[in-house]
Design a protein around this ligand. Sequence first.
Ligand code: FMN
Length: 318
Amino acid sequence: MKLCEFLGIKYPIIQAGMVWAATSPLAIAVSKNGGLGTIGAGSMSEEELRDQIRQVKDATDKPFAVNIPIMYGNAETQIKIAIEEKVPVVITSAGNPKLFTPVLKDHGIKVFHVVSSVKFAKKAFEAGVDVIIAEGTEAGGHNGREGIATFPLLRAILSELGDVPVVAAGGIADGWGFAAALMAGASGIQMGTRFVATSECEAHPAFKDAIVKAKDQDTVLIGGSVMAPTRVIRNRFADEVLKAEREGKSAEEIGLMFRGRSRLGIREGDLENGSLMAGQSVALINEILPVKEVINRIVNEALLAARSFNIQNLFCSH
Ligand SMILES: Cc1cc2nc3c(=O)[nH]c(=O)nc-3n(C[C@H](O)[C@H](O)[C@H](O)COP(=O)(O)O)c2cc1C
């Protein structure tokens, strides 16, 4: 499937739904510049979500998405709002895709679902989703428990399920990663961390700076011993969670430690006590840029990578 034709966009680049970071200014900028902008509903009340959707619709006629994590208590209401507001695409994550896919599709909404294993990809297709987002362990934020990296996950889903549209997510922040994902059979890419470090993103400037400063070894998975792990930039909060895990604290106790931490880190910029959700692609992000520049660069880099790449030249005749 050609994702751009399916969605009516220019580039097969999806800006990820992200709690406290993926609000309307970011979604508008991405959709206006040829990608698919996404509102991250996970941290929003009903009123906020409706308001955010209307802001995007007022600003652009381009398609956009709303990300609704299914596991949250208000998912059903958020699905209703997406239907009432005639959102073009819903990206569901963290939950059973059978729950809402049929009703969304009955209302003409395209459904994408985030998966972390081949097993979940199969379930998503059985549920009738249009596009699978294969999210590897490199990704920022909540991860699957399986710990499978983006490339093996993408390839395994494609080889098990055949010619299905799969978007690669996790660890991609430049045109070389973009080109590599397309070459490996992805229909497109989803980026989260790269889009946080943009001028339009409403995340706290201190958090954006932390992404720019972070290097390859600075992210860590936390909470994975008792729940689905979260990839964050390592800080005092991350160390406290890791210590609690080593001490064998219960899922409930560790779950409580996460309360309010993503807002604290992402929106309020508390670099010590907040959950600084970000992926391994922090190593590739060296400046805060306008969305237009991020998209132009990644597209041009991918074109350059593809044009200048000749596998034959890398082989020897002996
Ligand atoms: C700050 C942040 C918040 C996130 N929040 C969500 C979320 O609310 N829902 C979701 O499905 N994924 C969430 N994610 C994961 C992204 O949707 C995306 O799949 C991931 O960022 C891709 O990997 P990358 O960060 O390497 O680009 C979040 C990621 C980040 C960095």
